[in-house]
Design a protein around this ligand. Structure first.
Ligand code: ATP
Ligand code: MG
Length: 159
C-alpha cells in the first residue's frame, strides 16, 4: 500500500469510528504501516503558563509543583480521551497486523493539533469523519474543513 502512516483524528463520533474502520481496512494487513489515532483536547478558554505550544501525550507538567488547576483539568481530559480511544481501537482492530498508535494531545485548537501531528509524524494520509460530535447542520464540520485547508497530504472524509 502506498500509504504507510495514516492518521485518524478521533473525537468519539460515529463518523470518526467509520474513519478508523476505513483506515484499518486500507492498511490493516500491512505490517509495515502505522495507523495513528489522535484526539486533540483544545485548550480553548483555558490559559496556562505551563501549556505553551502543542503537546502530544506530554504530561510532564503534571509533576510540576507550580501547575495550575487548568493543567490538572487538561491532564484529566487527555487521560480520559486516551482511555476511551484505547477501548474503541481494540474493538476495531479485528486481526489487523499494522502498527497502531493511540495518542491524545493538547493544542490550542483541534485543527492546529492535527496539522502539527501531520508534520511531525510523517503522516501521508488523513482519514477523518465528515462531521463530528458538534453541529447538526451543514456539509462539513469545522475541523474537517480546517484540516483540508491546512495540510498538504491527501485527506479522505467519510460518513
Ligand atoms: P463542529 O465541531 O464544527 O461543530 P462537527 O463536530 O460536526 O462540527 P468536526 O468537528 O469537523 O464536525 O468533526 C469532523 C471530524 O474531525 C471528526 O469525525 C473527527 O475525525 C475529527 N475531529 C473533530 N474534533 C476532533 C478533535 N478534538 N480531535 C481529533 N479529531 C477531531
Ligand atoms: Mg466537532
Amino acid at each position: 500500500m502506498l500509504f504507510k502512516n495514516v492518521l485518524v483524528p478521533y473525537d468519539e463520533s460515529e463518523h470518526a469510528k467509520s474513519a478508523l474502520h476505513i483506515a484499518l481496512g486500507m492498511v490493516g494487513d500491512d505490517s509495515t504501516a502505522t495507523v495513528h489515532v489522535l484526539a486533540i483536547v483544545a485548550t480553548g478558554a483555558f490559559t496556562s503558563p505551563t501549556l505553551t505550544g502543542n503537546a502530544f501525550d506530554d504530561l510532564s507538567y503534571l509533576s510540576d509543583p507550580d501547575r495550575t488547576e487548568s493543567d490538572d483539568i487538561m491532564g484529566a481530559l487527555v487521560h480520559r480521551a486516551r482511555t476511551d480511544m484505547e477501548g474503541t481501537v481494540d474493538d476495531a482492530l479485528d486481526g489487523a497486523t499494522c502498527k497502531v498508535v493511540v495518542t491524545a494531545g493538547v493544542a490550542s485548537s483541534p485543527v492546529e493539533g492535527i496539522a502539527e501531528y501531520v508534520e511531525s509524524h510523517g503522516i501521508d494520509l488523513v482519514v477523518m469523519g465528515r462531521r463530528g460530535l458538534g453541529a447538526l447542520r451543514g456539509m462539513l464540520g469545522s475541523v474537517s474543513f480546517g484540516v483540508l485547508r491546512s495540510v498538504d497530504v491527501p485527506v479522505l472524509t467519510v460518513k
